[in-house]
Design a protein around this ligand. Sequence first.
Ligand code: ZN
Length: 329
Amino acid sequence: MKNLKFTLGIIFRDNVQFKRAVMMYSLVNGYGEIHFHRNEKLKITVKCAKDCPWMCVAGKMYGSNNIQIKTVIDDHTCGRTWANKNMTTSLLPDLYLNRIKLNPTWPVESFLSTVESEWNHGCTKMKAYKALNKDFKIIEGKHAEQYTKLWDFVEEVRRTNPGSTVKLKLDEGRFHMIYVCLEACKEGFKAGCRSLIGLDGCHLKVLHGGLLLCVVGIDPKDETWIIAYAVVEMENKATWIWFLQLLADDVSIENQNGWTFISDKQNGLILAFQKVLPRCHHRFCVRHLYTKYMNLFKGKTLKDALWGNYQKNNGSTFQKGDGGGLEAR
Ligand SMILES: [Zn+2]
């Protein structure tokens, strides 16, 4: 787009594509005075500033609905401007839709300064606000629409992956939780993985929020093996109980003493373990512990002491605590 030049004969799909190309050319190259002098479906004349000779005329091609450049004077005598008429509330949402999807709580001031620094053009706060609002509505609309298709998704997974466990739970007709354990993941885990399961959860950065809960095993090549996942509205004891009961059935946990779980200290998880899998071994992940530990105990010596001790593979060497030269108690 930086090297876009309007030359005679270039063909565009329609007037919308041509106008979009003109606006991008104006934004990228800093010609803020470019405007549509004549703006009809089949004939468009574009001019620049009052004393600038640059102009371009595009019209319908003979025998087709495409638009072609018929006249062009590619010569600017104007200078770069800070204000740009083409930074419109119809173009901005298109340019930033994907990034707003990833950051749905983008504050308007931060969005505004991003737009200004990336394009080197001024943008009013109202334009930035309208652009964000337009994208939020598009994204929210799409998300809300997708929730209505969840039953179809559940049926499709069951049809295409017989033996899979897919549970959808509603709360007064509203989405509450979904749990998915595919047959291949379930059987693969039972056939070749150790009786060791890692649990974790993370917040979903979308407009409707929620959490993704995930359980993984370790396969014979020491690599991660996804067993099941769930999306829940919130993380609490009831959610974890529902999740752990389904998981215990899926991976056939009968003799609980032979199983070990590793997790962070998620909300309600310990209570859920006490209820559903009280005899399983439950340990906390050192990496998660370390993120809290490092806030209180700073420095490489203490870091090495922590990791050194956790790498001990039996109780007596752990108690001896020679990792990093410090004693662990
Ligand atoms: Zn110009």
